[in-house]
Write a protein that binds this ligand. Structure first.
Ligand code: BEZ
Length: 217
């Protein structure tokens, strides 16, 4: 494969490209799977590899947490369905963790290319560790890319998901290291009148008129 065959990656704010794929839960059409819920879609470089096993197991352990946050999981690697099934069964036998969320068998790299998961300087044949956060309207809201040799952080994945859902529910922005229960950023004023109002406001925690925080209910 020439480097020029690698598609550009979808970006934040864009519609998640639709596709059909074979998964460990049977065939899916992404737009159907995404209907009415968030999807966290993530690629791993290869089945039967150690870092991938730790990551995919972590998703499986927290599957119920994601369901409680109206979020479906969708894994992917450039492996066959037979490899996926054997790996899922092996991990269950060895660790009692059942990776029973759909994992796409992307042997032809169709989905990996569509989503920019192939980074040729890292590998021409294995997907990097990507995470796509896709909202119920099918919009890509947040992207993460990790190299082959560094595992992702499940706490950050979950924090990011809650943060996205929080900004949607509260029309706010969130500061560095925000976590549930922390205050949110109040959008900064855009006119002198709004600036004067903000200066006079005693309700918010203020550093100055452009940096104010409020509690979320
Ligand atoms: C791993 O999951 O351990 C791994 C996979 C591909 C390259 C390097 C590490």
């Amino acid at each position: 494969m020439e480097n020029t065959d690698i598609k550009t990656m979808p970006r934040i704010g864009e519609k998640a490209p639709d596709f059909e794929a074979i998964t460990t839960a049977g065939p899916i059409r992404f737009s159907e799977y995404n209907k009415g819920s968030w999807v966290v879609m993530f690629s791993h470089p290869a089945d039967f590899t150690p870092v991938c096993t730790t990551e995919m197991s972590a998703f499986a352990v927290d599957k119920e947490w994601f369901a409680q946050h109206n979020t479906k999981l969708l894994g992917l690697s450039i492996d066959s369905i037979h490899s996926h099934l054997a790996w899922v069964n092996n991990v269950r036998e060895k660790t009692q963790v059942y990776m029973d969320f759909p994992i796409i068998a992307d042997l032809d790299m169709k989905v990996a290319q569509l989503y920019g998961m192939l980074h040729p300087e890292e590998s021409m044949t294995a997907a990097v560790r990507a995470v796509f956060f896709i909202d119920p309207k099918g919009t890509i809201r947040l992207l993460m890319y990790y190299p082959l040799n560094v595992g992702r952080n499940m706490e950050e994945i979950q924090r990011a998901l809650i943060a996205l859902q929080t900004v949607d529910a509260n029309n706010c922005a969130l500061p560095v290291n925000w976590k549930p229960g922390d205050k949110a950023i109040v959008p900064p004023p855009k006119t002198l009148e709004q600036m004067e109002e903000r200066i006079a406001n005693t309700e918010y925690e203020k550093v100055d008129f452009y940096l104010a925080k409020r509690s979320l209910n």
